[in-house]
Design a protein. Structure first.
Length: 161
C-alpha cells in the first residue's frame, strides 16, 4: 500500500472510532433507598462495560464497619444461589440474599429486610476483564413496620421497638 500525506490523518480519524470507553454505571439504586421491615429489598445496577466487555468478578460489600465485610462474590454471570453457587456468600445472608448477574446489570435482593441487620451502607464493585473496577455505594434504610390498633372510635399507631 502506498501512503501519501493523508495516511496519518486517516489513521488518527479511524482510531477515534475504535477507542474503547472505560466501564461506567448507567443506572444505580436511589441514595438512600428505603424499605419497610419484613419486605424484600431490591437493588439494581446497570453498567456499560464497553465493546466486548465481560465480567471478571462482582463483589458486594457492607461498608458501614471497618474493615468492610465481603458479603457476596461471584465470578461469572448467572442467578445466585438459584442456578449457581457464589464464590463467597456470608453465612448471615445465606437463604436471605439472591443475585442475578449479567454482562449489563446486577440485581441483588435481600429477602425479608431487617432493621437491625440490614440498615447499613453497601458497595457494589464490578471488575471487568482487562479494565478498571467501577464501584457504586448505596445506603439502605429499613423502616419500622407500624402496627395499627383500634380502640372504640379512635385509631392509633404503635411504633415498633
Amino acid at each position: 500500500m502506498i501512503c501519501y500525506l493523508g495516511c496519518a490523518s486517516l489513521s488518527h480519524f479511524i482510531s477515534g472510532f475504535v477507542e474503547l470507553q472505560p466501564p461506567e454505571f448507567t443506572a444505580e439504586p436511589p441514595k438512600p433507598i428505603t424499605v419497610v421491615e419484613g419486605n424484600n429489598l431490591s437493588l439494581e445496577w446497570r453498567y456499560d462495560l464497553g465493546v466486548g466487555g465481560s465480567i471478571r468478578r462482582i463483589d458486594f460489600h457492607e461498608t458501614s464497619s471497618s474493615p468492610s465485610v465481603l458479603i457476596l462474590e461471584v465470578s461469572s454471570v448467572g442467578h445466585y444461589p438459584v442456578n449457581q453457587t457464589p464464590d463467597v456468600l456470608v453465612d448471615s445472608y445465606n437463604g436471605r440474599l439472591q443475585a442475578n448477574v449479567t454482562e449489563t446489570q446486577t440485581s441483588i435482593t435481600i429477602l425479608g429486610a431487617n432493621r437491625t441487620v440490614d440498615s447499613k451502607e453497601y458497595q457494589l464493585d464490578v471488575n471487568p476483564v482487562g479494565s478498571s473496577r467501577i464501584s457504586s455505594a448505596v445506603t439502605v434504610l429499613v423502616q419500622c413496620k407500624y402496627k395499627s390498633t383500634s380502640v372504640s372510635i379512635f385509631q392509633y399507631y404503635v411504633m415498633c421497638n
